[in-house]
Design a protein. Structure first.
Length: 143
């Protein structure tokens, strides 16, 4: 009996802390009358949606047995950045090398885009190459 009274006094001393008592048994939680468990959402279809047709190369993680039903096709992997991405997707998502390679591929893709812009519009080649040089300086600087 004394132990219960001490517990109640301790709990009352912490009521000013937001979220206090959230780890108490369900019957002792301060918000029990207001808590409600949302009902489980059942899948609204009897069959899953059809697979999106693959018109471009879509990279897939080694942890997943198949491609997701829908995916983006706007920027398929290409060039050196695409080769880096393909190499990254041969590694597990749990590996830091996977993510570092994807970050490196993004950086390479930026430089490839600048070079492509310079190739497409020779009049603005100086601006694009200047941007590429500035980017290279920023990536290689030592702070």
């Amino acid at each position: 009996m004394a132990g219960e009274r001490e517990d109640a006094m301790v709990r009352e001393g912490y009521t000013h802390i937001p979220g206090w008592g959230s780890d108490l048994p369900r019957g002792n939680r301060p918000a029990v009358p207001m808590e409600r468990t949302p009902p489980r959402l059942d899948v609204p279809w009897s069959e899953p949606p059809p697979q999106q047709p693959m018109t471009v190369e879509v990279l897939k993680s080694v942890e997943r047995p198949e491609h997701s039903r829908t995916f983006g096709t706007r920027l398929p992997p290409k060039g050196l950045s695409g080769a880096i991405r393909r190499a990254a997707f041969r590694r597990s998502e749990n590996d830091a090398g996977h993510w570092l390679m994807l970050v490196a591929a993004d950086r390479v893709d930026v430089v490839e885009g600048l070079c492509e812009d310079a190739r497409r519009s020779p009049g603005k080649a100086g601006l694009a190459l200047g941007g590429a040089a500035l980017l290279a300086w920023w990536l290689l600087r030592r702070d």
